[in-house]
Unconditional design. Structure first.
Length: 306
């Protein structure tokens, strides 16, 4: 009986190591930039959505399709949540599993939030984590059977702001290089911006995201710096944008301004504005035709393959 039990345990462990195990990789295995010691602890609230706040250990969670099904593309996913929480499953892991079904390797970013007591300079932390994550993916491209020149970023709401910040600020020196990973480029090869916050300007931005990221009274210089529609250049990655006209959380003007700026700078862009859908719709199930955005994205992602 003891031998049988041991055999079953070994089979169970072996199966767990082969089937469906997703790796969670700390972004900063040694010294974390822009960090101070505090008594704060990470909070996970799992009700209708898994919400993570007060992030202490930023990570990427790796989701891989079967090797025979992978198409070489990869996407770094930035969940939204107003820069106060991360909607980790509805705008993260659920999206990753869907991308896997299309042969795309996915990485869900658990990034530090600006209101954390463990962060020194609030607005720097999310971008530092996103840069490190993109570089980590590129550094390990061969390991995950992906093309290191086909790594994109997808962000939802405030996560869309982070994704567009990565796409427009990737060349900035945000932290000192820690190892060979930081020798890789942080530039995403494409961006998917889903009902994104883009601008930090009054009358356009989402006030909660702006306040969380930049504080109560940011300077005009800081507002301009993180209004990503005015940070676009000819080197900004191609972009795919989705928004609903009736979005009462993040005005559709955010996507419109970003699209106009991309086009005027000669950057390839595709945008779909739906009449209804509201905000935070994730896949858009039970939200009518807005649910077609995933098919539209997949078609677009194939059109830009190298």
């Amino acid at each position: 009986m003891k031998k049988t039990g041991l055999l079953l345990l070994l089979i169970s462990v072996y199966s767990f190591n082969i089937f469906g195990q997703n790796n969670i990789i700390p972004l900063w295995p040694n010294e974390m930039p822009n960090h101070k010691v505090s008594n704060e602890t990470e909070v996970i609230n799992a009700t209708d959505v898994v919400r993570i706040s007060k992030v202490q250990t930023p990570t990427i969670e790796v989701f891989t399709p079967a090797k025979k099904n992978t198409n070489g593309q990869a996407v770094l996913i930035c969940p939204g949540g107003g820069y106060r929480i991360l909607a980790y499953d509805s705008e993260g892991t659920d999206i990753a599993k869907w991308l896997n079904s299309k042969g795309i390797t996915a990485f869900v970013l658990k990034y530090r939030l600006p209101d954390s007591q463990s962060v020194i300079e609030s607005y720097k932390a999310p971008l530092q984590d996103a840069m490190r994550a993109l570089r980590t993916i590129r550094f390990n491209a061969e390991k995950y059977n992906i093309n290191k020149n086909e790594i994109g970023v997808m962000g939802f709401s405030a996560g869309g702001h982070l994704a567009s910040t990565l796409g427009t600020h990737y060349n900035e020196l945000m932290y000192p290089a820690a190892d060979d990973i930081d020798l890789e480029s942080a530039r995403p090869d494409f961006m998917a911006l889903i009902y994104p916050v883009i601008s930090m300007k009054e009358g356009i931005t989402h006030q909660g995201s702006k306040r969380s990221l930049l504080g109560e009274n940011p300077t005009e210089k800081l507002v301009d710096k993180f209004s990503n529609d005015i940070q676009v250049t000819g080197d900004t990655p191609p972009a795919f944008l989705i928004h609903a006209s009736d979005d009462n959380g993040v005005p559709v003007k955010n996507s419109l301004l970003m699209y106009e700026s991309l086009i005027s700078n000669g950057v390839s862009a595709e945008m779909h504005i739906f009449s209804t859908g509201g905000h935070g719709f994730s896949f858009g199930f039970n939200k009518g035709h807005v649910s077609s955005w995933t098919d539209l994205f997949y078609t677009w992602s194939k059109s830009i393959k190298k």
